[in-house]
Design a binder for this molecule. Structure first.
Ligand code: HEC
Length: 164
């Protein structure tokens, strides 16, 4: 009788342990550890394709932005000042303060364009905006670093390089 009781309690404990192990092995118990983790300070996740942001503009690629986006911000001395400060912080290292391509890091890249060139000045505002957001072959993108308003301020600022 005593042995039976001991056996029953042993079986009960074994069943409990087995149950707990089974539960832990279930796929949802470690869901959070297996997500698309992004290590701190590396990058932000961009929204998946075709995501619609509430109250924000849909993200367009270069070609679409070229034809459809226009600068929603009017130019003003303040906007140009903001653009100048952003250019000096983010762009001048490569493009040079005058946009000519002579920045200290620019010499390590071949083919840095002179931003005053008619070819570049002929780009639409939407295309320049999109270039700033996406970057290029060697140029970094600023989708995470600059807000849309900052990118549009830079578009205005780049126009100041235009040769008369
Ligand atoms: C690390 C160096 C670097 C930085 C920083 C950089 N660029 Fe560039 N940029 C380039 C290079 C190199 C190119 C030539 C195209 C390419 O290889 O991506 C270029 C091209 C461009 C073009 C012309 C693109 C084309 O397709 O003709 C524009 C406009 C431009 N940059 C604007 C900017 C602005 C505005 C910033 C700052 C927000 C910036 N760049 C920051 C290196 C840089």
């Amino acid at each position: 009788m005593r042995n039976r009781k001991a056996l029953a309690s042993m079986l009960a404990s074994a069943a409990l342990v087995a149950g707990a192990v089974t539960l832990l092995a279930m796929p949802w118990s470690n869901d959070m550890a297996r997500g698309r983790a992004v290590a701190p300070q590396t990058m932000m996740l961009l929204p998946p394709p075709d995501t619609l942001a509430i109250g924000r503009q849909r993200i367009m690629d270069r070609i679409e932005a070229d034809g459809r986006l226009s600068n929603p911000i009017a130019t003003s001395p303040e906007v140009l000042k903001q653009g100048r400060a952003l250019f000096d912080t983010h762009c001048a290292v490569c493009h040079g303060a005058d946009g000519g391509g002579g920045g200290p890091v620019g010499k390590y890249f071949s083919g840095i364009p002179n931003l005053s060139e008619p070819a570049i000045q002929g780009y639409s505002d939407g295309l320049i905006y999109s270039i700033i957001r996406e970057g290029g072959f060697n140029m970094p993108g600023y989708a995470e670093t600059l807000s849309p308003a900052e990118r549009w301020a830079l578009v205005h600022m780049i126009r100041t390089f235009r040769q008369p």
